[in-house]
Ligand binder design. Structure first.
Ligand SMILES: [Mn+2]
Length: 479
């Protein structure tokens, strides 16, 4: 596989792109009434919060609507200015534009239009997308990041922390464990402004809020003795003289000294090196270490302090149709909305745990040569991916796992979500592209990241889809 880590990374805004930002700024200045459509995930909500805050500060009347991608076909264009954030590049969103409509798109997904499209239509159309400027939108800037650059043009560098959150929520750091490219500009702004601290750390989820032995037991990119086994996780810590507790209090990852983190890093690397085929050994350090980002204005040891835990809370809101709470939190409300956010997160975790238990209990993961899948009958389609990721730890990490569920109560069609070990993606497999190809071939559509992606497929095409997917991976997985 080619090693793409040596490619040249663009880390300043290209001139052509910067000029579009100047135009966008002028357009905002001359508009009195603005509509924002933004995507219903952490990145989209972050983008929406940045744009809404900057319009507040400019005293511009505006409305924001958070929308899923499948609801984008018939959006009205009725305001002075319509802004699409973290979506729009892949959709025909201006089909109802009138000649006096003004549209700005801030999206990092692959564009369907030509860069010179705005010269071919009557309405005013500004599309800012890194892919037009040779910048890969899946690793180097997110929808929230693109929105931040507009805020920065207007002098609002204090919103940079939301740009960092959006990038982490969008897994932009999944390539190397760091924020790179245009994301590094946003990160530097956030550090300069005193909002964010970068901490090189072990790559375990819940560094501020989970007992370390619990965080270790959730390690699922490779099935290790510690995976789903808290006793083994405690034994590992004790074997390298790391105390899992101080008094009655369990320690979290962020309680460890640097020396202790170093010992744990070495122990995990050696454990992993024994557990994986030799072709994967090269990627192990990347699997175990990553930069983490702390929001310095949030209280220490809370779930809003760590960017990755913060992004989980934002996702919990969008998956439970409570985007309103996520937006309020991002716009600064820590009084009324914080309790609601905690309740939503709790309920979300309860729902996930209950369904994961059901799948594991009923032994419902079915294995084919190159993949494994389960039928999440009744699982809400918005969380089937999260659940797939979590049951991977009790399945075969060498193969991707696909979860199926009904799209909605009104539709019998399938939503399918795929998750896999990061090792598969480091080794060069891009499941987002594969699922797009296979879903289209059965009359559906899909796409996404290399390790987390999904598709919608017609009700009667599930077997064909599975069959084609399985065959497509022949020789690709090198099991
Ligand atoms: Mn995004």
């Amino acid at each position: 596989m080619e090693d793409r880590l040596n490619e040249v990374i663009i880390d300043e805004i290209p001139k052509e792109m910067d000029e579009l930002y100047d135009k966008a700024k002028d357009l905002i200045a001359s508009s009195e009434d603005v509509k924002i459509y933004s995507h219903n995930d952490c990145d989209g909500i972050s983008a929406g919060a940045i744009l809404s805050t900057l319009l507040d500060r400019l005293n511009k009347k505006h409305e924001i609507e958070i929308v899923p991608l499948d609801k984008l076909n018939d959006l009205k264009i009725a305001n002075d200015l319509t802004i699409f954030a973290d979506l729009g590049s892949g959709q025909d969103v201006d089909k109802f534009a009138k000649s006096d409509s003004n549209i700005i798109i801030l999206d990092h997904h692959p564009p369907i239009r030509d860069f010179n499209y705005n010269g071919t239509v009557k309405h005013n159309f500004i599309e800012i997308n890194p892919n037009y400027h040779d910048i890969d939108g899946s690793h180097f800037v997110s929808g929230g990041g693109l929105s931040y650059f507009l805020a920065k043009k207007l002098g609002f560098k204090d919103l940079s922390w939301i740009g960092v959150l959006s990038a982490v929520g969008d897994m932009q750091n999944s390539r190397t464990g760091k924020l790179e490219g245009l994301n590094s500009i946003i990160l530097n702004d956030a550090v300069d402004e005193g909002y964010v601290d970068v901490i090189p750390d072990l790559s375990l989820y819940g560094r501020k809020t989970r007992p370390l032995f619990v965080a270790l037991s959730f390690f699922s990119d490779v099935n290790l003795p510690i995976t789903n086994n808290r006793t083994e996780a405690i034994a590992l810590l004790e074997s390298i003289d790391i105390n899992p507790k101080i008094g009655d209090e369990s320690r979290t990852l962020s309680d460890l000294t640097n020396e202790e983190k170093g010992k744990l890093f070495s122990a995990l690397v050696s454990m992993l090196s024994k557990a994986v085929p030799s072709k994967y050994v090269y990627y192990i350090p990347k699997l175990v270490s990553a930069d983490s980002y702390e929001f310095l204005m949030e209280e220490d040891m809370t779930f809003l302090r760590d960017a990755s835990e913060f992004s989980t809370a934002m996702n919990a809101c969008t998956r439970n149709n409570r985007e309103d709470i996520a937006l309020k939190i991002l716009k600064g409300d820590r009084i009324e909305s914080l309790d609601e956010l905690i309740d939503i997160s709790k309920e979300h975790r309860r729902y996930l745990a209950q369904n994961i238990h059901k799948i594991e209990e009923e032994d419902s993961i079915i294995e084919k040569e190159n993949l494994q899948y389960f039928n999440g009958n009744g699982i809400r389609s918005s969380v089937v991916g999260t659940i797939a990721g979590m049951v991977l730890s009790s399945a075969n990490w060498r193969k991707p796992i696909l979860g199926f569920t009904q799209v909605s109560e009104e539709s019998l069609d399938w939503k399918v979500s795929l998750r896999c070990s990061r090792l598969l993606s480091y080794h060069g497999i891009h499941f987002g592209n594969i699922i797009r190809e296979i879903s289209r071939s059965v009359g559906g559509n899909g796409g996404g990241h290399s390790v987390a992606c999904g598709a919608y497929i017609p009700y009667d095409k599930k077997e064909e889809f599975l069959d084609k997917f399985n065959k497509r991976l022949n020789g690709v997985l090198e099991l």
